[in-house]
Each structure stands twice: as C-alpha cells, then as structure tokens.
Design a protein around this ligand. Structure first.
Ligand SMILES: [Zn+2]
Length: 572
C-alpha cells in the first residue's frame, strides 16, 4: 500500500505539495521510485520530473534518508533497516490543458500520470489517496472519493489513468445508457443548457454502445474544463475523459459542434486505445517511447468514427458532418508531405515531434491521414459486402479478439480482419497507402461516388494563396509567410517561410497585402521583404494556375438509387 497525501497551500504559487508513504520496504536495500516520462494519449516524451521540486526521503523515525537519482526521472532511496519510508516533494502545476496538472486559488486539477511516483518493482501496489482541500470545494473524477476526500485505487495503472478536478465551481448531471451511468461535469461553466446537452450526449453514447454491444467500464465521466480563452483539447482515459475548451462564452454557441466532436472522439477511445491497444502499448511502458506504426487505427479510426457517430445518431446533420470531413480532406490535400512520409512512419515519429508544426513539409498527421483512410476502408467494406459490413464491425471484431483476450494487435492483424470480413485483399492498400506514400485522391473519389458525394473545389478568396501560392498572416504592419505551395510563384520567386513582406512594387503593403497584390493582377511583381534582418527584393512571376484550392465535400442533389441505399446504410 502506498499512502499519498495532496495539499495545495499557497495555491497562487502553483506548487502542489505531495507526501507518500511506501510500506513493506524492510527487505530492500534500495527502493526504486519512478515518475512516468510520458502520458498515454500524447505519444511523446513529457519529462514531468522537470516540475518536481525539493524531493526528500525520510525513515520511520523521521530521519532523513540518503537517496540518489539514477535517471532523469528515477530515484533510489537507501531503505536498509526501515519498515516504511516517506517521500515529500512539490510539483509545479502552471499549465492547463486536457492532459496536464494545474493549481491556482480556484482549482486543483491533477492528472496523476504527471506527478505520482510508483515503485518500479511493485507496480501492482494499491494506493490510498487523501486530499486536503478547502471546505467548499467538490471533486469531479471517475475515482470514488468519500466525504473525507479519500479514495482507494487498486494499482498504479488505474491511478495514472484517473484524473480529478477539485473546485467550488463544478456543475454536474448524469444520464444512463444500457445500464452504464455517464456523468458530465463542467468546471467554471455558467448557463449550461442541460436539456440539450444531455439529449445529444445520450444519443451518441447509445449509438456507440449499440455497435460494440458492450461498454468497457461500469461508469464514465466527462470532465470539461471550460476556459475563458481559446482552447481545444481532449485526453482519453478508460472511465473518464478531460476536455479543455474555450472561450467558455462560445461553448454552447460556435463551439458546440467542437464540444460534441471531441466528446464523441474521446468516448470512442474507451474502446479504441484504452481497451483495444497496439501490442507495443500493452502494457504501457511509462519510462520510454512506445513506438507503434498503428496510429491510423488508434487515432485515425477514432477521428473518423467519433464524427461519424454524431451523424449516425442524428446529433449532426449531413451538412455538419460533411463540413468536418471536408476539413480533413483540405488538410490532406494542402500538405505536400503526403508524397514523402507515410501515415505509418508518422505514427512512429509522434515520439520525435508529433505535436508541434515542425520542419515545413516533412510530416503528415495520423489524425487526418488515418481518418481519410478509415473513410476509404469503410467504403471498401460496404461495397464488398453489399452494405452488410462496415468499419464499425471491424473494430468490434478487433475489440473482442484482442482487447477482451488481453492481447495487443499489429498492423497485420488489422489487415487480416479487414480481409476476413470483406473477402477482399487489402495488400496493395497497406503497401501503397499505409506504409507507402502514393497519392490517394482517386480512392477518395471512388468512395465519394459510392455515397453520392461530390468534392467541390473553389479557388481561395485570398490572392496571396490562390495566385501566388503562399499563406500569410499579419504581424504588426507587415505580412509573414506561413507556408508556400511547392512549385508556386512564391516558391519559384524565392520567398521563404518566415519572410516578412513589406511592400509591393515599391509601395508599402498596408493595410491589406491582398488588395495590393490584386491591384497588380496578372502583372509581375517585385516584393520587398525582410529576412533575418536583411532587406531583399524578390521578383514574383504570375502564372495561370490556382493554389490552395478550397475543398468541400457535398451531398449530391439527385442521388441514384444505389447511392441513396449506400448513404442510408452508412449515415444511419
Ligand atoms: Zn484521440
């Protein structure tokens, strides 16, 4: 048993105070304590130990014990002659996102994987957790805290997967689907239209459970951090999820589709990644990279199915759903890296730089590519089986054959399941589009035709984007180049990402660069730019071609009978 206590004195300083007693250490010369190096849901090294301050160890008579660090986030403590030992430390909690740990005078929010230690030789030890909170604070969590703010947790894995939010501003409601209770907890959100929220959440929850036939947990909690500034982030857990969304004044207005989208996505993760896992992550190894090439399954399929379930359950209209699909198509077609990096390679490389923009044109997204390839696979399955089998049955089959058997899957298992259920070979698909970098517009077109959809292309309204092939953003009086379309006039004319555009043909480009570019329509232009402190002129040609085309997936007005059938089978 590990007995943890958590205090938040001087909360404005953002340090949380932890003490922990590790029992039954008498047999050991050294107790090896570990802090995780990463957190599930974000497949990159997080180095949470950088937030640990003032680590100390004490013996049973409160005497200081000798300890040493053995790696950046591993400690060993001399325990000879001790029955139990205590450690104490503070954790700096100043970052608020869906996977972080955060403290201010209004709330304590803990993602235990960031800040709780475990005994490397005994990860199955139970934890007794005691919080010390202000009297008017409540606790929102999938953990079962009693009135004295204590909870019992069976082992470190469970603890690491169980975030909690403590504040005086929690509003909650519950609903039930197929015998499972679902809780929705908002922190710091005012004027919640509960009736609408409960109705919509119940619909997408019921539709997901209907397809799987079972929910992997006996209860589930949506923990929603409503923030006063722009935010959009969600992190999955087995019996809960944390969503950070803002600004909170827009959550039930412009951001409501985002709220539904991220919640449906995270709920689907309860099956797909929290239960059904790639072999490399079963169990999670918290100390090092868990490289896997299957991100197109655990994030791609989740991105695709999360939104599709909003359509299938009637929460999204076809227009709302197709708008989300269009965004993925747009990101895919705008990214030239699709010709040089496969989605399998991108999955492996999330551990390198998966969550930052990174080197321009170097990588693709497991979310975007995985979503579109899932859409194509769903179409292939439905076509091959005359609408009898869809992607939902493939994931269900994987769930029963792997998650329920406590086995991890590989890319080959996914291929086998697709082939087994469809009766068709997917060998070329995996070779060319999963592990390869072949263009797949034609594949998407086949799927669009099948469901009665059209990909509408319109030129960008921005002259800089449409005619010169560059995306720009205003910084002060100047315009900074954010991206350049390969082969476009901006590219061949010698502009670079990061350049500041100051003037066009000898005139200052204010207040609108686009208006000045359009003023010289179809004429060659000389741009004055600033690059690393140097003022340079660049000659930009005009060509008869459009760049950064806007792509929209729309439903055809007149559907063939076969398309009508395909749409209804897919969308309902
Ligand atoms: Zn996800």
């Amino acid at each position: 048993m590990v007995r943890y206590e958590v205090r938040c004195e001087n909360a404005q300083q953002r340090y949380i105070q932890f003490t922990a007693v590790f029992e039954q250490v008498a047999e050991l010369d050294w107790l090896h304590l570990e802090l995780p190096s990463w957190r599930p849901g974000r497949y990159e090294i997080g180095n949470f130990a950088k937030n640990v301050k003032g680590f100390k160890a004490y013996g049973q008579n409160k005497e200081a014990l000798h300890f040493e660090k053995t790696s950046k986030d591993s400690w060993k403590i001399a325990t000879k002659g001790q029955q139990h030992i205590q450690i104490s430390y503070s954790y700096y909690a100043a970052e608020l996102n869906a996977g972080s740990t955060y403290l201010d005078p209004m709330q304590l929010y803990v993602n235990p994987v960031n800040c709780f230690f475990y005994d490397a030789q005994n990860t199955e030890q139970a934890y007794h957790l005691q919080l010390h909170l202000p009297a008017d604070w409540q606790i929102a969590s999938a953990l079962n805290f009693d009135e004295s703010q204590t909870a019992e947790i069976s082992n470190f894995d469970r603890l690491a997967d169980s975030p909690f939010i403590c504040s005086a501003q929690i509003e909650r409601r519950s609903y039930e689907v197929a015998g499972t209770t679902f809780h929705i907890c908002f922190n710091e959100q005012r004027m919640i239209p509960w009736e609408r929220v409960l109705q919509d959440f119940e619909k997408f929850t019921a539709r997901q459970i209907q397809d799987f036939g079972v929910f992997p947990s006996s209860h589930y909690t949506f923990l929603i951090q409503a923030l006063p500034y722009a935010a959009y982030h969600g992190v999955e857990h087995l019996d809960s999820t944390v969503i950070a969304l803002g600004p909170s004044c827009d959550i039930f207005g412009n951001l409501y589709t985002e709220l539904l989208g991220v919640c449906s996505h995270e709920l689907y993760h309860a099956w797909n990644i929290k239960s059904l896992r790639p072999a490399e992550m079963l169990p999670y190894d918290f100390k090092r990279e868990n490289y896997a090439v299957t991100g197109l399954i655990y994030e791609g399929i989740t991105t695709y199915m999360g939104d599709l379930y909003l359509l299938k359950s009637g929460v999204f209209s076809p227009e709302q759903y197709l708008k989300e699909l269009s965004k993925q198509v747009q990101k895919h077609l705008d990214n030239p890296a699709r010709f040089s990096m496969s989605v399998a390679a991108a999955s492996f490389d999330t551990w390198l730089d998966g969550y930052v923009p990174g080197a321009p044109g170097r990588k693709v997204s497991i979310y975007t590519e995985g979503c579109l390839l899932a859409f194509y696979v769903d179409f292939r399955l439905r076509k091959a089986t005359q609408h009898k089998i869809g992607l939902e049955q493939v994931v269900k089959s994987l769930y029963y054959n792997f998650a329920e058997q406590n086995k991890g899957y590989t890319l080959a298992d996914y291929q086998y399941t697709l082939e087994n259920l469809s009766g068709e070979s997917f060998a070329a698909f995996f070779q060319d589009y999963v592990s390869g970098t072949c263009a797949y517009e034609a594949l998407l077109q086949e799927a669009f035709d099948f469901f009665g959809l059209t990909l509408k292309q319109t030129p960008s309204k921005s002259y800089a984007e449409a005619r010169l092939g560059m995306k720009v953003a205003q910084v002060g009086k100047e315009w900074q180049v954010l991206s350049i379309f390969p082969g476009s006039p901006a590219d061949t004319g010698g502009l670079a990402i990061g350049d500041f555009i100051i003037g066009v043909n000898g005139l200052r480009a204010t207040p609108s660069l686009d208006n000045w570019l359009a003023f010289y329509e179809n004429q060659n232009k000389t741009l004055l730019i600033e690059r690393s402190g140097q003022l340079l002129e660049r000659f930009i040609p005009e060509v008869d071609r459009h760049f950064y085309v806007t792509h929209q997936v729309l439903q055809d007005v007149d559907l063939l009978a076969s398309q009508q059938k395909a749409w209804l089978n897919w969308a309902q």
